[in-house]
Write a protein that binds this ligand. Sequence first.
Ligand code: NAI
Length: 338
Amino acid sequence: MGKRVKIGIVGLGRLGKHHAENLAWHTKDAALVAACSLVQEELDWAHDILGINALYQSYEEMLDNEKLDAVWIASSSAQHQKQIVQALDHGLHVFSEKPMGVNVAECKIIERATQLHPESKFMIGFVRRFDPSYVYAKELVERGVIGTPFLVRSQTVDMDTYAAFQVKFVPSSGGIFLDMNIHDIDLARWYLEDEVASVYAIGGSYVHPEFETVNDADNTAALLKFKKGSMAILSVSRTAFHGHDTHTEITGSKGILKIGHTPSKNRVEILDVDGVRTECVKDFYERFSEAFLAEAQDFVDCIVSNKQPRMTAQDGTKATEVGFAMTQSFGSGTIISL
Ligand code: NAI
């Protein structure tokens, strides 16, 4: 390509700002040249801190900026489908945050758009696939170190930072399974190399009854049966005291891999009147900052070197299918077959 990939970002919220900093400052061969948000203060931040001059409150207007090669979508989940398809129709490369769509119909529309535009790279942001420990675990599985994997246990646990906006966020995020467990669903598919046949999900609003008012939960657990017979046990919590605690365990016929079981901030142990302890990572970004950066670099490398991204629109659809089935199972109290 011989020039920097010119990127416009949509969404400068809780996560979008981190992505924008990565693209502007830390990603080789990338130039963040445009930004779009509904929130004026966020656009001011992009101007003042990142030096971006092409600023938009209208996504459609940003797409008409002829300088752009690619769009980075970090807007609310309910916007992803429309924004992905519009960008592909403009001939742009597209990265989108998860979930790809908040239901299966949306994902199918995106899959069709990617097929219509094979010249555009499309990547869905399953960031854990770029975390060094998760990547190394995949290599060990492929080398046969634990034999044949048959069970994945994985959890996404956030520190309890309850705020009313989280309840308001539920309808546009797709709910707890699509918003949080979607990463664990993707990991289970990736490590087991199998597709989900049926799911059973339970949960409740044990700490914050407010989630029940929008048919959501603050803690959940789900059992997944896969087509070739393997299994997954996936859980979510929004109410941890100690910090962000994502971890995963893969059991195979010859051994077990545990990834991130003690979510320590670093290798320092504190020995004091309370005993022996380590401090915990506080949020998903602190835990996965390296992976978010590797993800941005990989997207740009795929464009520069004309490589296919490792996560495809099909991966996005499969994960949404399973997350949606978990939501249905939670709502109906029944096993849902896919
Ligand atoms: P947020 O609510 O903090 O920010 C949303 C941003 O999107 C705002 O800048 C808002 O102005 C913009 N936006 C919404 N609708 C728009 C429209 N029609 N046109 C232009 N801009 C629009 O959301 P947050 O927490 O930053 O999440 C953003 C996305 O990132 C979500 O899809 C979420 O699922 C995903 N996410 C992924 C994580 C991961 O681990 N990969 C972690 C956290 C969030």
